[in-house]
Structures are given as C-alpha cells and as structure tokens.
Design a binder for this molecule. Structure first.
Ligand code: PLP
Length: 454
C-alpha cells in the first residue's frame, strides 16, 4: 500500500504497551476494555506499528492530519521556531503568531481582521460563545442535535450527541434544535429545498419560543462532521444568517473539522453562500502537529472589545511552536495547490467510486460528501433505512461495524467508523494511487456488512 516497509520490533511493542496500559489514562474510554495500537511512526498518508504492519490513514487521525504525517515543511518550521524562541506568553507580541493571524485574516471574508488563538477546537468554541454573550448581553446559545463542538464545559453542552450525556448539566443556557438531514429527515421533507425550508421554520419557532431577547448565539458546523458528514441543503445556512440578523443573534460557524481545506476550500461555509460572525478553527490549521485553535472575529464584534477587556486566554494561547507549522501550512497549500487537488480528487475519484459502491452493496443506504470528506451510511434495509447498527450502539450491538473495521485493518487501511457510518477522510496530500487502493479496501470490506443484510 505504500513504499514503507515497517520492521517488527516485539521488544519495543511490549514496552510501549506496558507503559501505556499501566500509566496512561485514556480519553473517552473504559480503561480495562481498550487495546490502543502502539504507533511507531508515520510518513504522509501512512503510519505503522511495532509489529510490522502499516496502515493507510483514511481518518487523518481525528480528521486533523490534513498535510499527513511528518510533513517536512511543518517539521522544519517547528524546529526552526524551537531554535529561535520556543515560547512566549500570549500578552507579548510575537512574529510567528502575528504572521499566522495575518495569513488567516487574509483567507477570511472581508470584514474579519482579528484572530484570537486557543489551544484547540473546544476552547475556540468556548471563547466564541463568550464573545457572543458579552457582545449581545444575551446568554442562551442554540446548537444542533447531531453535532460535536468539543469536550470542555460549554462545548460539550453544545454538543448534540451522546457524548454530552455524562457531562450534563454543565451550561444550563444551551438549547438544542434539529438541523437538516435529508436522508433521515426529521421534517418528513421530500426534497432538499423542502428540508431547508422546514428546518428553518423549526429553527425560527425555537427562537420565538425560547425568546429572541434571551439568545446570544447559534453555533453550527458548516458541514456536520462526526455526526455524519451532513451537507446542508441549498439555502439553509443563508436562511440561518437571515434569522440571526432578524433576531439579533451571533452566528458562530464551527469550522474545526472542515476548515483549512477538508472540503477543497479554505472554509466550509464558502460552499454555502454564507458569512458568519465568528469562525472557530483548530485541527487543519497546522495538521495538529502542536495543539492550536482559534476564533476569527468579525470587525463588528472585535470593535466591542476595543475599550472593554475580553476576559479570555490561557498560558499557551497562540504558542509560537504551534503557530510556526500554521504559517508553513499556508506555504504548502499555495505551492502544492492543495485546495485544487482536494476538489479534483473528491469529484473525479471519490464521488464516482462511492456511488458505484452504493449501487453494488446492499448494506449501503447513502453516500454523501464534498472534497475529501465523505460518509457511507450503512443500513439493514434500504427501503426502511433501518441503520445497520442501532443509534449509540456499543459492544455486541456494534459488532457489524467492528467486523468491517477489522477487515479494513487486516488489509492495511485505518478506517473511521462512527455508529452505522464509515467516513472517508484521508490526509489531503494522499496520492491518487493510495486513495484508489484505500477505496478498494473499503469496497471489499463492505462485503462483510452486506453479509449482515443478506
Ligand atoms: N468542533 C468540531 C466540529 C470538532 O469536530 C471537534 C473535534 O473533533 C471540536 C470542535 C473539538 O476540537 P478539540 O478536540 O480540538 O477540542
């Protein structure tokens, strides 16, 4: 699958497993029930373990590794910055941080010149909400069911999926609403246009019943990520914009997963004819080489804080070692035409191939996506659209998806699966050959899920 031929090193494998099992308390896990893969190294779209296996990374780790493993330009930028000035506190000016903020504002819509840096996506959303509340003087925030916004106090409350449940109640001022999801329309719509129209009517009712005078912000992933790669129907996001304008609400676009090229555009919202008020980002800004996130702020909102202090910031906000690979990312995108190749590979290679899979495999209900961000939704029955595994399935209930993932891994592909879906989200630098070979693996592995429905 790649030119890398990893060497088995059983002693290292045992040592890494030993320390990890004994001393690392893993996120999102029942500690005794997990068996984390010890990873020895990576290059480009591939990584490998200590047992002699390599994997084509079709998940970009957590959909952050946009420029792949060990990109030489990003590594060099970190090394150069470390040699010059490893760290400096956020309240001092720094050349690398300033350059990155300028580069980000240059790709933002007109009227966005300021960037507030954070350590990741969750705290970007926390701070965007904080800004909206301070500017509007209104505390409530509306967020979608089937969304993920991070795992800190307000961000996890905003999250509209089961990851929220164990953390409730954290922020009492969050209200959820249904967004569009044409394949499983909560609005019983027959067309994308009707889905948009009804979803907007539902959102407006929510605003009216919650009280526009109490709502400071609406936060929306421009394309819903971990909850299904849900592409908003035409007119939906512009309709949200209109409602925000009508009712004096700040529109926060969560671009943590789709920003920085995942859809073949700098920002996800560019595809949907809309301009938000605040844009949150993380992940792809520097491929996650060093933790970094932030909020791009419209000048109208930024002006509020000209003479009023903004009460946000952490010791490491805008860390130079994180900003350096961010600056390098801009160079790589420009030099290597990353946005163009993502659009090309998405339309020319991925879309037709997934559509063929949908036609061939009875377990595929729908495929959808844009750029290098796709979902294959698996069902027991195409007519009823019953999901292949139940919502929030775990253990034995999730076995068909586990079997699919195991088949992929055996064939050298690291997949991204969530509930009844397979997401296709390889690094944006993946070669066309590797992309095709990865899709071949998925195509074959779908025979495992077909067997469930036969
Ligand atoms: N928002 C979205 C859309 C995400 O996908 C994520 C993470 O997956 C987050 C926010 C949280 O980002 P982080 O894990 O960097 O805090």
């Amino acid at each position: 699958m790649s030119t890398i031929d990893p060497i088995a090193d059983p002693a290292a494998d045992a040592a890494v497993r030993g320390d990890d099992r004994s001393h690392v308390f893993h996120s999102w896990s029942a500690q005794a029930l997990i068996d984390p893969l010890p990873v020895a190294g990576g290059a480009g779209a591939t990584f490998w373990d200590y047992a002699g296996n390599s994997y084509l990374d079709f998940s970009s780790q957590l959909v952050n590794l946009n420029l792949g493993h060990q990109h030489p330009d990003l590594v060099a930028a970190i090394q150069e910055q470390a040699g010059r000035l490893a760290t400096i506190q956020p309240s001092m000016a720094n050349a690398t941080r300033g350059e990155l903020a300028r580069r980000i504002s240059e790709i933002a819509p007109d009227g966005f010149s300021k960037v507030f840096f954070t350590n990741g996506g969750a705290d970007a959303n926390e701070n965007a909400v904080r800004m909206a509340r301070l500017v509007t003087g209104k505390r409530k925030v509306l967020a979608m069911y089937r969304s993920y916004h991070g795992n800190t106090s307000t961000a996890i409350t905003l999250t509209g999926d089961p990851r929220r449940w164990a953390n409730e109640p954290a922020d009492a001022s969050v209200v959820h609403f249904f967004g569009p999801y044409a394949y499983r329309s909560p609005f019983h719509a027959d067309s994308p246009e009707q889905e948009a129209e009804r979803a907007l009517a539902h959102l407006e009712q929510t605003i009216i019943l919650e009280g526009a005078s109490t709502i400071g912000a609406i936060i929306i992933e421009s394309v819903v990520g971990t909850n299904g790669v849900l592409i908003p129907p035409p007119g939906y996001l512009p309709g949200v914009r209109e409602l925000c304008d009508r009712y004096g609400i700040v529109y926060i676009a969560d671009e943590v997963m789709v920003g920085f090229g995942r859809l073949g555009t700098w920002w996800g919202f560019e595809n949907f004819d809309v301009v938000p008020d605040l844009i949150t980002f993380a992940k792809g800004v520097n491929s996650g080489y060093v933790p970094l996130g932030g909020v791009v702020i419209s000048d109208r909102i930024a002006a509020h804080f000209d003479t009023v202090s903004f009460p946000g910031g952490l010791t490491y906000s805008g860390h130079p070692l994180a900003c350096a690979p961010g600056v390098a990312t801009f160079e790589v995108f420009r030099r290597d035409g990353i946005l163009e190749r993502v659009r090309d590979l998405g339309e020319r290679v991925v879309r037709p191939r997934l559509e063929q899979m949908a036609a061939r495999h009875p377990s595929v209900g729908e495929v959808r996506g844009l750029g290098l961000f796709w979902a294959i939704e698996l069902v027991r029955d195409r007519q009823s659209r019953e999901p292949l595994v139940p919502f929030n399935a775990a253990g034995a209930d999730a076995a068909p998806m586990a079997a699919f993932a195991a088949a992929c891994k055996k064939a050298g592909l690291w997949p991204f699966t969530h509930f009844n879906r397979v997401h296709v989200a390889p690094p944006l630098i993946i070669s066309e050959d590797d992309l095709v070979r990865g899709l071949d693996v998925i195509d074959r592995a779908l025979e495992v899920t077909d067997a469930e429905v036969a």
